[in-house]
Design a protein around this ligand. Structure first.
Ligand code: SF4
Length: 362
């Protein structure tokens, strides 16, 4: 998830500091979602960062300096981490803004969410992949998940904690998206993010939409967004910013690229970084190639100086269409999808229909 409070207003240099650090605090989860990138298991596997290692990792984030990145505790299910409150206390004490993405299981109660809020959590994230219990629970693999998600949205609203709802975009969910939009309108959420499937983990069993379908969905999203009572964003579809910019220009506006993305593109490994439950540092949760491990090298050093991240920070180093695209500064394509499709994180994003002028000319 993005952090619902994620402030793009503060200009950041994403080569230096990410907007969001995602920490997979555990790989354990009671759900069995069809698109789980983590291939989560019911009990924590051996080798996860210990409490002390986790605290040391959190302390190391201070070395990013101001503005600090936002921190998202993800999983697996963070509620299955016995020391979750202790880790949140450490992070909040360090001045980090903390979001949590609990899984919609019986552990998720109003009391559990209230405790997280009391410990200083400033945002929640949850997933809603369909407009009906039958469809959503079929994707999540557990009956009751839909009802719990709707209840959790109500508790977040009661607690006054902003909620981000994430919705899967795949062949299996595509036709239902307008109905999901109508449903989330009733939930009082802060942000709705459409996650365009990456075929990794269990997600390899679902079918992604084609590039032309993705374009049609993003066009519908751009049409709908102004009338929706929450912020709309995408995950693993950064070319939504190209869609917004080109539409604004077609309507006579001349927005600069900076207007669409004040700090430039946020994409895997640039503005976003993921730390696995074992401490491996990856560009995102959907791009499972580690550039190092926080047990051996600081996240700050890996993010700023490792060979992989140095290249991910420079869209001009990408290959194919994304490397020559006039929108690469605000987009750059999904590096995770390029990797899933080609084995190279630097190739073109196959879900984007755009033909850059330079590519067309060559
Ligand atoms: S070609 Fe690549 S950089 Fe250009 S808009 Fe599409 S995904 Fe973005």
């Amino acid at each position: 998830m993005s952090h619902p409070h994620a402030s793009h207003a503060v200009a950041r240099d994403y080569r230096v500091t990410p907007l969001n650090v995602y920490w997979e605090v555990t790989n354990a989860c009671a759900l069995a979602c069809k698109h789980c990138r983590a291939m989560a298991v019911p009990t924590p596997p051996p080798g996860e960062l210990t409490t002390e290692e986790g605290r040391a990792f959190l302390r190391s984030l201070r070395n990013f300096g101001d503005p600090l990145p936002n921190l998202v505790f993800t999983g697996g299910d963070p509620l299955l981490r016995p020391d979750l409150h202790e880790l949140i206390d450490e992070a909040v004490g360090l001045g980090l803004s903390v979001a949590v993405t609990p899984s919609a299981t019986p552990r998720l109660t109003r009391e559990a969410m209230g405790e997280l809020a009391a410990h200083g959590v400033t945002a929640f994230g949850t997933s809603l992949d369909a407009s009906t219990a039958e469809r959503h629970d079929a994707i999540r693999g557990v009956t009751g998940c839909f009802d719990k998600t709707i209840a959790a949205a109500g508790w977040a609203a009661e607690l006054g904690v902003p909620l981000q709802v994430n919705t899967l975009v795949a062949r299996e969910t595509e036709a239902d998206l307008p109905a999901v939009a109508e449903l989330v309108k009733t939930l009082g959420i802060a942000r709705w993010s459409l996650f365009f499937l990456i075929s990794v983990g269990r997600g390899a069993g679902l079918e992604p939409v084609t590039a032309s379908e993705a374009e049609r969905i993003l066009s519908w999203l751009a049409d709908s967004a102004p009338s929706l009572p929450f912020v709309v964003s995408t995950t693993e579809a950064p070319f939504y910013r190209r869609v917004l910019l080109s539409r604004a220009r077609a309507h006579g506006a001349s927005p600069s690229a900076r207007a669409a993305a004040p700090s430039g593109a946020v994409r895997d490994g640039h503005g976003v970084v993921f730390v696995s439950s074992r401490g491996e540092v990856c560009p995102s949760g959907f791009l499972p190639t580690a550039a190092g491990n926080v047990r051996e090298r600081s996240l700050v050093d890996i993010y700023r100086s490792s060979e992989m991240f140095l290249r991910l920070h420079e869209a001009s180093s990408f290959e194919g269409r994304c490397g020559v695209c006039e929108y690469r500064g605000v987009c750059g394509g999904s590096r995770a999808r390029a990797y899933a499709a080609t084995g190279s994180a630097f190739e073109s994003d196959p879900a984007c229909v755009f033909e850059p002028r330079a590519a067309a000319a060559s």
